[in-house]
Design a protein around this ligand. Structure first.
Ligand code: DGJ
Length: 735
């Protein structure tokens, strides 16, 4: 057995951590390729016939040479084909299980067989490397390059494939997954999500049984409305917050996705994820490259909490626009006015923005369209000129007035959409997604613009560009997207089978153009709630809108689930009038992310206003920990009457704990102490209550101190009960 340094030569010059990233071993006829991150190894093997298989994904071994020995220790049953564990399952040849790729060659043949040819590693820095493995069909001039981008410190891998051929005519890609994982364990449990408007991110956990479980979306835009692509798989037993082996994964794609999870007859698990091939056979020209979106995953051996913190670190460092930066607190007028406003009313709201103490005023839907004024959701979408009745002096006058009030100004748009009752529709019916000979069918009284059409791409880009050109001081955009795609059809696209894919390509082209010209302006990704958030979109957006449901009790549950996949800095949480909880409860819940308000400030009682003003000042001091610290889930609202979440800074000296009563039955309270996590056992800490409502007194004794050891083994009681339903605690090291 020999260790090859040839292909990864430059890695061996790096520091110790990079040394372990990739190893290639040649044993007899086998080539073993291992991707090692801080805790794990994903080991692929090209066998004597050059089939590329996954032989291991799990905790890394002290001696990489022993990966070779792993397969011999599994005696599961007969493996008839030697490709059950294929690293990218091709169909039409030996494999009879769910394929990662299915093609129809130029000559009409449906078979594909992919064999290992070579691999190489490109090291981007000490943390990040890309392994590329070339696979080719021995019979057809058809190749797939599998790419694995690994982030060593965060145990994260992004995987995608690039498909290309040199056949005489087009090849039809019937299925074209991004990744194909193969896991071995003594049982698997799937944690998946479903939802609807105002009911996003509802979790369901089940033991995976034999056969295929598919998670997918066919909605075109706002693809996550019913089901997001994020999921978890626990191995050997259902993982808990701090124990067990668990994979957190998602497709980085804002359109139709499909993830097939197949427990095979050997009891191993195949996970195949990619763009949904539904109504989308892709006709690939000779020499054209088809690059799939990336499938993102992190594996933890210490439970969901550790996995989520790895994902958060990765997201803030490498993915979310300005993930390590700042965010603006805001006052939004949507629920305060809906469509019913005019300039004087908005001027008053601008004064209230200043009075409240937030950074920005966000003008929502209803500011545009004249022939068909946007006075409700039935008309005007697409006509992006200011409504002259409501805003006779335009947006410019509002930006100016915001400046006079020393706050920033942001604006809502929904540029991908059109109401049939609009001048845009009258002028460009061919820009609208609809079937030429069928009755139109609407979602929220609107249709989707055809972003496969470059002219429409220019139009959508122009909506944003015009706003910034006319109002250079515009400081924030809320980008909404409220309709799914019915009757998918483009009046200008040559091949309708490409519609869903070209729509996403068009959208990303527009966002790319916007970010080239306006690289830093914060933009919220909204989709009538969380119908679109994913890690492709978050390259362009600084934050997302998890749900229109802002009832704080509901939000505790929803934000909890989102938080496994997305860091708090990306979660736009607004205080509204939804729910029955007092303003303190509502504000405390909204603080667990990026705080905003969507209330009528002038309707607040004096103490409520004072509470909000003080809470915003407090938030400004603790927001760096909430946004950039480590998040520990302490008490799960689905498992008891209390929810508790801790945000802790990196050197474990300062943190914030949010505690809530989530059950209002008689005498429910925090009967037991809540065990803290992540602290330094040797440090001493004091806990002080924040956000104390005016006129009330905290029952927490901030003069007492506790060791981290005590707080993690015994815990701390926030003293939650029916008169203290929301308690925010600051924990500080004392020396
Ligand atoms: C849906 C969004 O989720 C709301 O916040 C609001 O912006 C409305 N659209 C406006 O139409």
């Amino acid at each position: 057995m020999k260790l090859q340094s040839v292909l990864c030569g430059d890695l061996f010059k790096g520091p110790a951590i990079a040394l372990m990233l990739f190893t290639t071993q040649v044993h007899a006829q086998n080539v073993n390729i291992s991707i090692e991150t801080k805790s794990n190894a994903l080991v692929l093997q090209a066998d004597d016939k050059k089939n590329l298989n996954t032989i291991y994904f799990g905790k890394k071994l002290a001696s990489p040479a022993e990966y070779e020995l792993i397969p011999s220790q599994f005696k599961q049953s007969s493996e008839y084909t030697s490709v059950l564990n294929s690293a990218y399952t091709a169909s039409g040849s030996k494999s009879l299980l769910e394929p990662a790729i299915t093609v129809t060659h130029a000559d009409g043949n449906n078979s594909l067989d992919l064999r290992y040819v070579s691999h190489s590693v490109k090291k981007e820095n000490d943390d990040v490397s890309v392994l590329s493995i070339v696979l080719k069909d021995p019979v057809y001039d058809f190749q797939v390059i599998l790419n694995y981008k690994s982030y060593f410190k965060d145990d994260v891998i992004e995987q995608w494939s690039v498909i290309k051929h040199k056949e005489k005519k087009n090849v039809i890609l019937q299925k074209y997954a991004s990744a194909n994982l193969y896991l071995k364990a003594g049982g698997f449990w799937l944690n998946q999500y479903h939802g609807d408007w105002a009911k996003e991110m509802q979790p369901e956990e089940s033991k995976i049984t034999h056969g295929i479980k598919t998670l997918d979306s066919k909605l075109g835009t706002r693809a996550n409305l019913f089901q997001p692509s994020v999921f978890m798989v626990s191995m050997d037993k259902p993982a808990t917050e701090d124990e067990g082996t668990v994979l957190l994964a998602a497709l980085e794609y804002s359109g139709n996705f499909k993830t097939d999870i197949e427990l095979d007859y050997l009891n191993n698990l195949k996970i195949i994820s990619g763009i949904n091939n539904y109504a989308s056979p892709y006709s690939l020209k000779p020499n054209e490259e088809f690059t799939t979106p990336a499938f993102l995953y992190t594996l933890s051996n210490s439970g969901k909490g550790d996995a989520s913190r790895n994902l958060h670190n990765w997201a803030r460092k490498y993915r979310v626009l300005d993930g390590s930066g700042n965010r603006l607190t805001l006052l939004n007028n949507w629920e305060a006015t809906y469509f019913d406003f005019n300039e004087p009313k908005l001027f008053d709201l601008l004064k209230d923005t200043k009075k409240l103490g937030v950074d920005l005023f966000l003008l929502d839907d209803g500011w545009f369209a004249n022939k068909y004024p946007r006075n409700g959701d039935v008309a005007g979408l697409g006509d992006w000129e200011e409504n002259k009745t409501k805003l006779p002096n335009g947006v410019a006058s509002l930006v100016k007035e915001a400046k006079n009030n020393e706050v920033k100004f942001g604006i809502w748009i929904e540029p991908e959409m059109v109401n049939p009752k609009s001048q845009l529709y009258e002028k460009h019916p061919d820009w609208v997604v609809k079937q030429p000979n069928r009755e139109e069918y609407y979602f929220r009284n609107q249709l989707v613009l055809d972003l496969t059409n470059p002219k429409v791409q220019d139009f959508v880009y122009g909506v944003v560009n015009d706003l910034f050109t006319k109002n250079p001081e515009l400081a924030y955009i809320k980008w909404d997207c409220n309709a799914v795609i019915y009757n998918a059809y483009s009046a200008t696209l040559g091949n309708q089978n490409h519609f869903y894919i070209e729509y996403m390509r068009g959208l990303y082209k527009v966002l790319e153009r916007i970010r080239t010209k306006y690289p830093t302006v914060p933009m919220m990704l909204c989709s009538g709630g969380g119908g679109r958030v994913d890690y492709a979109a978050l390259k362009y957006f600084t934050e997302f809108w998890p749900s229109d449901n802002t009832d704080p009790l509901e939000r505790i549950f929803m934000q909890w689930e989102y938080s496994y996949f997305y860091p708090a800095i990306t979660s736009s949480n607004h205080v509204t009038d939804w729910g029955k909880q007092p303003i303190k409860f509502r504000t405390d819940v909204a603080m667990m992310g990026k705080l905003g308000f969507d209330i009528v400030v002038s309707h607040l009682k004096d103490n409520d206003l004072k509470y909000c003003q003080d809470a915003i000042k407090t938030y400004n001091t603790i927001k760096p920990i909430i946004w950039h610290g480590d998040q520990y889930r302490l008490a799960n609202p689905r498992e008891g009457s209390i929810a508790a979440m801790l945000y802790l800074n990196a050197n474990k000296t300062s943190g914030v704990i949010f505690n809530y009563l989530v059950n209002n039955r008689y005498d429910e309270s925090s009967k037991m102490p809540i065990r803290l996590k992540g602290l330094d056992g040797a440090k001493k800490y004091a806990l002080k209550e924040l956000n104390v409502y005016p006129g009330t007194t905290s029952t927490i004794d901030s003069a007492k101190s506790y060791t981290g050891d005590f707080l993690m083994k015994i815990g701390f009681n926030p003293n939650i009960n029916s008169s203290r339903t929301s308690v925010v605690l600051q924990i500080e090291e004392i020396k």
